[in-house]
Design a protein around this ligand. Structure first.
Ligand code: KE4
Length: 425
């Protein structure tokens, strides 16, 4: 069965033929590949073609696909039962391990996705502060809960507008939008909504406008503004958590958030999210506190087994971080050299094992820069890389993820394909 045939069937029963919009490849002018299997750094489509995978399930596969220790842990857990809806040891092990690996994380609650983690963290922030408003940043994505699908509204200083049909104006009105790397835009919103902002939520490294790094002082400045205004600081570490370092962006940048959200890596490929913070904060969550949050499959034993195996490996093999960060740098520096060689105006933003190329001659330090890059050139680049056997995000506004399974030879092959592709642009 070819991808095209499967896609024709898929569009009949799934909206857009997919279960998550970005997979439809609408921004890059081609149909999606249907994947039959994956292993280590490779992914294989249903027609048997092999690709070097830089999507890695959008981040979870930091050790590469099908790591034997994770597969073994899942196989063992499955034999004991798939779901109990009752406490099990695996949940405790993951909670203990996360609080061991992340300095300052005292307590965490498991959920089933990054969206659920963010939605729950926002409720905790509102419940703890008694305030209603949230500040987010244009171009940062925090999952699809209503209050995060909001853009700056006409009354930009005091209320947002829905960024999706189905989100009510009333809900959107409680979400304000600031500009990433622009502390004055945050201060203006905090001043105009004094005493009303429950939290400022940020991807400490933006990875949903493409990778955009926080400028020197930005995260520390957010911490300061939150301290002064009484708003909580939420780091959405669904991507950066356990990727930049075992302690995530908090450790990497030395800035402590009040609440942190996780996903992706902590599930080892299975559906897991989590949110956490101080014990005092998290004990406000039901059943010990007045803030309700629940989930049938939260802490699922099989998902916990996968997450525990992956996190344990990361804790016990710190060399994984040195390796993926070095390969991320090798990739970025190689791409920059190729842009110079071919004369193609291209920026490469990279931190650790995260990278994004933007076709523009200007540095990309915020959402408007990312939006003004050449999106049609990006689509051409994507198709050229795919033809050359490189499977990367089918959207300008995503990241490349380097895993421990990628070899330096893979990076060299990727750069060879990039050189050939850029020459066609
Ligand atoms: P999920 O609900 O998709 O597990 O997580 C939502 C989320 C929250 N926060 C951040 C920083 C995220 O990046 C995400 C989800 N990431 C996207 C990729 N950029 C998931 C891919 C998709 O939507 O299919």
């Amino acid at each position: 069965m070819r991808s095209h045939d499967l896609f024709q069937r898929a569009v009949k029963v799934l909206p857009g033929g997919v279960n998550s919009p970005v997979r439809a490849c609408k921004n890059v002018g081609c149909e999606p590949l249907f994947i039959s299997h994956a292993n280590a750094q490779h992914i294989y489509d249903v027609e048997g073609r092999e690709y070097i995978d830089y999507i890695n399930s959008w981040g979870p596969m930091i050790l590469g696909h099908n790591h034997p220790l994770i597969v073994e842990a899942v196989q063992k857990a499955v034999c004991n039962g798939l779901s109990f809806g009752a406490p099990c040891e695996a949940e405790v092990l993951v909670g203990e391990l996360m609080t061991e690996m992340v300095p300052g994380l005292e307590m965490t609650r498991m959920v089933n996705s990054g969206t659920e983690a963010v939605m729950s963290a926002l409720r905790v922030a509102r419940g703890v502060t008694g305030r209603d408003k949230i500040i987010k940043f244009a171009g940062c994505y925090h999952g699809h809960s209503d209050s995060m699908l909001v853009k700056a509204g006409s009354g930009a200083l005091t209320g947002g507008s829905p960024d999706s049909r189905g989100v009510t104006a009333r809900t959107a009105g409680d979400t304000l939008t600031a500009e990433f790397n622009d502390l004055s835009s945050v201060k203006t919103l905090l001043d105009a909504n004094a005493g009303q902002v429950a939290a400022v939520i940020v991807e400490p490294v933006a990875a949903n406008m493409g990778v955009v790094l926080p400028e020197e002082g930005f995260l520390k400045g957010l911490r300061q503004l939150c301290n002064e205004s009484g708003a909580l600081l939420i780091f959405d570490e669904v991507i950066t958590g356990f990727r930049l370092a075992p302690g995530g962006a908090q450790s990497w940048f030395g800035v402590k958030a009040d609440l942190v959200t996780y996903g992706k890596i902590i599930g080892g490929g299975m559906p897991v999210g989590a949110y956490g913070g101080s014990r005092a904060m998290m004990e406000q969550v039901a059943p010990c506190g007045p803030i309700y949050q629940a989930g049938t499959l939260s802490g699922n034993p099989v998902a916990m087994a996968a997450g525990y195996a992956q996190l344990t490996y990361l804790r016990d093999h710190p060399e994984v971080y040195e390796g993926i960060n070095r390969k991320g740098q090798l990739l970025a520096e190689g791409l920059r050299d190729i842009a110079k060689e071919t004369g193609v105006p291209m920026q490469v933003n990279q931190i650790g094992s995260l990278a994004t190329v933007f076709f523009t001659e200007h540095p990309v330090t915020g959402y408007s820069d990312a939006c003004s890059s050449d999106l049609s050139r990006f689509a051409q680049y994507y198709r050229g890389m795919l033809t050359g056997g490189i499977y990367a995000a089918p959207s300008q506004f995503e990241a490349m993820f380097v895993s421990a399974a990628h070899t330096e030879e893979d990076i060299c092959k990727t750069l060879d394909v990039a050189r050939k592709t850029l020459k066609t642009l």
